[in-house]
Design a protein around this ligand. Structure first.
Ligand code: OSB
Ligand code: MG
Length: 383
């Protein structure tokens, strides 16, 4: 199998409704799509496409669409014209096809960081290999689920009424199986009170995107107060680069802590599990696995297995991917370690114009596409 050509297309995509989190508010995003043309020994050609889904400025982490474009330049140069090992053997059961993809990713392993650029490129590899075999990426990865559960992520709103409007829609119209709301200090307790008053039993969780200071007594008191809302988890309350203090400073909370920004690879996951064993309990740790954040799908699968083996729940978060990236997340979520609902759908279809259809959605469940590759029949990336 040879990488014959790689090209990258990018599209600026307008969001239907602006999204606000503790780090900022945005109404459009640039998505980059690496496309690889592979040639087989017997002269067959197949193409695969992946998606890079950074934000437009380094809000969430250091990556943004400009840094991804720069990193992709190095990735393309490292891959072009080079042979990669022919994949031998489809994943069976729980085993991801590790050896096959390693010969591909090893070409660009020298590049430090830039996980979102790498994840998009690796996505193109998986799509291509799955197409070559005429199977879905989910089956290549050993996915077992035919459908995956989904919740939605509701952004910050300036008033309680505006937030309740969004929550009402998520529960009554979309019928998602759980709701996640963004929080930050001062925009938390009153909002959660309102949601719980109307929906006492709704599976509910919050995401702070690092907005709380784990050494500020007032912030710690707020987080402790969240316990009375019976939340599924508090996602990333503290700073990105501090797993240790998430474990130590929040051990007295009964609400599980979910790490998003803090987990960039399996080593971080192993360290988090170790710290929760020492200071708390693994059942009070949750990991939000985003393939873009961890540099690709193989690393995502590694983290999922590690967590599962240690009694840590995992789910698949989102980066406001377009239909391609979301579909890739759905394929990943079909593995049985992924035991909690993901952030796969939004209030209005995210983008004014998307690049293809999303997986079939009904009442909180998305069907895992069964066609070859990602299985998106009407994908249209333009030129
Ligand atoms: O922290 O999970 C996050 C969106 C962009 C960047 C970070 C996050 C999010 C979301 C929405 O919460 C996820 C989605 O609906 O794609
Ligand atoms: Mg998050």
């Amino acid at each position: 199998l040879t990488v014959e050509a790689v090209r990258v297309r990018s599209r600026k995509m307008d969001l239907r409704i602006p999204f606000e989190t503790s780090f900022g508010r945005f109404d459009s995003l640039v998505r980059l799509y690496p496309e690889i043309t592979f040639r087989t020994e017997d002269g067959r050609r197949v193409t695969g496409v992946g998606e890079c889904s950074p934000l437009s400025a380094p809000w969430y982490d250091y990556e943004c669409h400009r840094s991804v474009a720069t990193a992709l330049g190095y990735l393309v140069a490292s891959l072009t014209g080079k042979p990669v090992e022919e994949a031998d053997g489809v994943a069976s059961g729980k085993e991801p096809p590790v050896t096959d993809v390693l010969s591909f990713t090893s070409r660009y392993r020298w590049i430090v960081g830039h996980p979102m650029a790498k994840a998009g490129m690796e996505g193109a590899y998986w799509d291509g290999v799955a197409r070559l075999r005429g199977v879905s990426v989910s089956s290549l990865w050993g996915g077992t689920r035919k459908a995956v559960l989904t919740g939605t992520s509701v952004g910050l709103e300036p008033t309680v009424e505006a937030l309740m409007d969004k929550v009402d829609r998520a529960v009554r119209e979309m019928e998602v199986v759980r709701v996640k709301v963004k929080v930050k200090p001062g925009r938390d307790l009153a909002y959660l009170d309102a949601i719980r008053n109307r929906y006492p039993d709704l599976p509910l969780q919050v995401d702070a995107n690092a907005a709380y200071d784990l050494f500020d007594p007032a912030h710690l008191a707020l987080l402790k107060d969240f316990d009375r809302f019976g939340l599924l988890m508090i996602e990333q309350p503290g700073r990105n680069d501090d797993i240790l203090d998430h474990a130590r400073q929040l051990a007295h909370l009964s609400t599980p802590i979910c790490l998003d920004e803090s987990i960039l690879h399996a080593v971080h996951a192993r360290q988090a599990i170790q710290l929760w064993k020492e200071h708390s309990h693994p059942s009070r740790l949750v990991v939000n696995i985003k393939p873009p954040r961890v540099g690709g799908y193989l690393e995502a699968i590694r983290i999922a297995r590690l967590c599962c083996d240690n009694g840590v729940s995992v789910w698949c978060g989102g980066m406001h991917e377009s239909a391609l990236g979301k579909t890739a997340n759905v394929h990943f979520s079909s593995r049985d370690e992924v035991d909690l609902p993901g952030d796969h759908v939004s209030q209005a279809p995210y983008f004014v114009r998307n690049v293809g259809s999303s997986p079939e959605y009904r009442r909180g469940r998305l069907t895992v596409p069964s066609g070859a590759g990602w299985g998106i029949e009407d994908l249209d990336l333009g030129d």
